[in-house]
Design a binder for this molecule. Structure first.
Ligand code: BJW
Ligand code: ZN
Length: 257
């Protein structure tokens, strides 16, 4: 027999499935929580520190200028951690949604740099905070290259063109997001404005901008907005519907047929 909590969840699941059936376009924003069940550490909340440093202290251009070996140590450890992890049911649910909506009516905007969405099979993907397994020059225009290297402790790789320190191809605090990425987000939201839009955010604390404000862009286009997150996100009040729980369980369940 179902208890009250089960019934409430069932009602929410039915409502979400109803919204999804009615939607004609789907924009999804994901954050670190979606990869938590794959074993990737989140940035904030429990376990959000790395060797006592806040992410705001190691993920900035100033930190890299001040102590590039410390910053590389942080990224080497995270690169090494990627070797043993796999996408989880939350990632695969988003692949299924992309297949269902088709490439033109689906966009997955991720703040995650771990590459798990791509490994799961998502194609319509905008990686707004870059890639952990990419390297670029901190000074010149040397193009980003795929790079899985975890560099030896205490070393900083030099650019083969200009000799300046290479850096991970991620977006740090105080750095502008790639203009092409922001344009792609706006283009998707503006395309077929007459078609009903659903905006779904999952596994993100809503603490980091501009991603935390994408829900407002969607609302301005009369989207129905949903948030699936383990804890109350900073921007939860901006969503029409908020479901608390794990994305690995709720994404496959909420949007089942
Ligand atoms: C689960 C779960 C499970 C757990 N299931 N859920 C406006 C107002 C105030 C400040 C600003 C503003 N505009 C810009 C700023 C400054 C700044 C900012 O936002 N600061 C805030 C801290 C206040 N933003 C920037 O600097 C951005 N740049 C910019 O705006 O440039 C403007 C500019 C223009 C022109 C010239 C120059 C500049 C850049 C932001 C870059 C963020 N980079 C990082 C690091 C990437 C590289 C790396 O990985 O090392 O991106 S920071 C870090 O936070 C990372 C993440 O992508 C990002 C977001 O975190 P996320 O994904 O939300 O993770 P968490 O850990 O915060 O939350 C996880 C959630 O999951 C939790 O809530 C859990 O409950 C939940 N969860 N398990 C479901 N199983
Ligand atoms: Zn260079």
């Amino acid at each position: 027999m179902h208890d009250r909590v089960d019934d409430e969840l069932e009602t929410a699941l039915d409502r979400a499935a109803g919204f999804l059936r009615a939607a004609e376009r789907l924009a999804v924003l994901t954050g670190a929580g979606v990869s938590a069940e794959s074993g990737v550490a989140t940035f904030r909340g429990a376990g959000g520190l790395w060797e006592g440093h806040r992410v705001e202290d190691v993920a900035t251009p100033f930190a890299f200028e001040r102590d590039p070996t410390l910053v590389w140590r942080f990224y080497n450890a995270r690169r090494a951690g990627l070797r043993t992890i796999r996408p989880n049911p939350g990632h695969y649910a988003l692949v299924a949604l992309e297949e269902r909506f088709g490439p033109a009516r689906f966009a997955l905007v991720t703040q995650n740099v771990d590459g798990l969405h791509r490994r799961a099979g998502s194609h319509r993907l905008i990686e707004i905070h870059g890639r952990l397994l990419g390297t670029r020059c901190s000074r010149c225009e040397r193009p980003e290259t795929p790079d899985e290297t975890a560099y030896p402790e205490g070393t900083v790789p030099p650019c083969d063109r200009c000799g300046a320190p290479l850096r991970p191809a991620v977006v740090w605090f105080g750095e502008a997001l790639d203009a092409d990425h922001l344009e792609a987000v706006h283009d998707f939201l503006d395309r077929w404005r007459s078609k009903r839009l659903l905006f779904l955010a999952a596994g993100t604390s809503g603490a980091v901008w501009p991603a935390a404000g994408f829900v407002d862009l969607a609302r301005a286009r009369r989207a129905e907005t949903w948030l699936v997150n383990a804890e109350r996100a900073d921007n939860a009040g901006r969503f029409d519907h908020v479901r608390q729980g794990s994305s690995g369980t709720l994404l496959p369940a909420l949007f089942r047929e």
